[in-house]
Design a binder for this molecule. Structure first.
Ligand SMILES: Cc1cc2nc3c(=O)[nH]c(=O)nc-3n(C[C@H](O)[C@H](O)[C@H](O)COP(=O)(O)OP(=O)(O)OC[C@H]3O[C@@H](n4cnc5c(N)ncnc54)[C@H](O)[C@@H]3O)c2cc1C
Length: 496
């Protein structure tokens, strides 16, 4: 029987922007400034993205994100929130982007929006449809889930998840925190916990301090990014004053506890990257913030047919684009972390460049104006991008660390209850299984509600190592509609 997708409301716009983080907001502001009719769609209740997670207005927080590093972003948020030219569709997940096959038509794209409400079944009813002449995908990234024994224990969280509680709920979600990873964001979050009155047992970096300090060998790059350096120096000073140890060449081996996290076993990482299990140490804590890297939210871009390439240190599958941020699909633009994790400044600059490209394609400005307008953001992008590339290389601990942490008892796919050992055995029995999508059919890894967001990296690493091929050859899970979970009942208009 053919399934009929029920659509509650159909609306049309010139430019649909998916994601109201720094990239989407900056794009909206610039595009609207050139007379483009813009609709922003985001699954969150309020704009801001990961960088500017807002508390509910009822909280009346007066000093929200007071650190100077958030100043520009907060100003952008204030401007776009007050901008009457923009249309907003919040609390709506974009589950699919479809080309109508008529590039010259009035609205060549259809976006299927699934309302995400507060109750179990959501509050918005059936999916909506949004038609658009151009689409910008600025769907951001999420913390890279890393598989090690105990990572699914209550109390083990992504450092970014811990930060979300502090930023948007104004609470310290634990008593004693330990951070382990390789990305500098863990310093930011540890500092925010200390400033909010929490206790931090330590911040562990898997890499050596000399590797972290390798940034100093690039004075020209540093000079153009002095704000980032002074932010880090301030954080290190405050952590030192609070007595928080920052240790290098140390990492997590396992998270331990009966019903929830009670302690973390840590181990030294040798100069060759090998972990030394014989020198394990136990640290008591009830929250572990894991912070190795980020994973791009590229599922929607891939569902829309956008060409992506694998770059592990920049977020896994990252969307390819040209100088105007146009993707391989004509009419679809990409910006922000979807194109490779690089931070909020770069996300916003990419959003501006994409908006100029869209405005030109929509005939609001001519080609010469577009080149002129994009000159400044492009120059700023190249200055910031060198620093971001360097930072992601230095922050990446190397795939072999993840391979060592993934011992057989570690959960690989928590939705389907599959361990690393179970998948290793299945792959050993079926040497013909050589892609992530085939392994998904074999093992059910990636078939649960998270749609593979939690297990994809671990499965890719495990297969790449077992087969002796690069991750790119293992491929991603095929991304199909719906790119975000939506109930069948909702799709066919029966949500009872
Ligand atoms: C948890 C976390 C915390 C971070 N904290 C910091 C920090 O403190 N400082 C810092 O410099 N960097 C931080 N980063 C890095 C951060 O991602 C960037 O600095 C910045 O937020 C990127 O902007 P963006 O617009 O590309 O993406 P985001 O800010 O991530 O915005 C993407 C938006 O897209 C929406 N979205 C995604 N998919 C869909 C869909 N299918 N349908 C509808 N909406 C969708 C999301 O809800 C989100 O609002 C953090 C990253 C993470 C993951």
């Amino acid at each position: 029987m053919a399934m009929v997708i029920t659509v509650a409301i159909a609306v049309a716009t010139e430019l649909a922007i998916v994601g109201a983080g720094p990239a989407g907001m900056a794009a909206a502001e610039v595009a609207a400034g050139h007379g483009v009719e813009v609709t922003l769609v985001d699954e969150q209740a309020v704009p801001g993205g990961q960088f500017l997670r807002q508390p509910p207005p009822q909280f009346g927080v007066s000093d929200w994100l007071g650190d100077p590093v958030y100043r520009e972003g907060r100003r952008l948020l204030e401007r776009v929130s007050a901008d009457r030219r923009l249309e907003w569709i919040m609390r709506s997940s974009v589950a699919g982007i479809f080309s109508n096959g008529d590039d010259d038509g009035d609205e060549p794209f259809t976006l299927v929006l699934n309302p995400v409400g507060e109750g179990d079944s959501g509050e918005g009813g059936a999916p909506r449809q949004l038609s658009a002449r151009r689409v910008l995908i600025a769907s951001g990234c999420f913390d890279l889930p890393v598989a090690f024994p105990g990572w699914t224990l209550p109390g083990v969280m992504a450092a970014g998840g811990i930060q979300a509680f502090v930023k948007s709920q104004q609470l310290v979600p634990g008593k004693r925190f330990l951070f382990a990873g390789s990305h500098p964001l863990q310093l930011v979050v540890a500092d925010q916990i200390v400033q909010a009155g929490g206790s931090v047992a330590g911040v562990l970096f898997a890499q050596s301090s000399s590797r972290a300090l390798a940034l100093l060998k690039h004075p020209s790059v540093l000079l153009g990014n002095a704000d980032k350096l002074s932010q880090t120096a301030g954080i290190l000073w405050r952590l030192r004053r609070a007595g928080v140890p920052v240790r290098f060449r140390q990492t997590v081996l396992s998270a331990n506890g009966t019903d929830s996290l009670e302690s973390v076993t840590t181990v030294p990482v040798g100069p060759d990257g090998a972990i030394d299990s014989d020198a394990a140490e136990e640290i008591e804590c009830d929250r572990l913030g894991v912070c190795f890297a980020f994973s791009t939210s590229s599922e929607l871009a891939r569902q829309a047919g956008v060409d992506c390439r694998w770059d592990a240190s920049r977020g896994g599958w990252i969307a390819k684009h040209d100088d105007n941020m146009a993707s391989s699909v004509p009419g679809v633009f990409v910006a922000g972390e979807t194109t490779g994790v690089a931070g909020s400044d770069i996300a916003a600059l990419e959003g501006q460049v994409a908006a100029i490209g869209c405005a030109a394609e929509l005939g609001k400005i001519d080609a010469r104006q577009a080149v002129e307008l994009a000159r400044l953001p492009r120059r700023q992008l190249s200055r910031r991008a060198r620093f971001a590339r360097l930072l992601s290389e230095l922050a990446w601990p190397g795939a072999s660390l993840f391979d060592q942490l993934m011992s057989d008892s570690a959960t690989l796919c928590k939705c389907e209850g599959l361990t690393v050992g179970m998948l290793r055995t299945q792959l050993g029995r079926h040497p013909d299984i050589r892609t992530a999508s085939a392994a998904k059919l074999l093992s059910r890894a990636g078939m649960g509600l998270c749609q593979g967001r939690y297990c994809h990296f671990a499965l890719t690493r495990l297969m790449a190592r077992q087969l002796g091929v690069p991750e790119e050859r293992v491929g991603g899970f095929t991304s199909r509609f719906p790119a975000k979970p939506v109930s069948i009942g909702r799709l066919i208009g029966d949500d009872s």
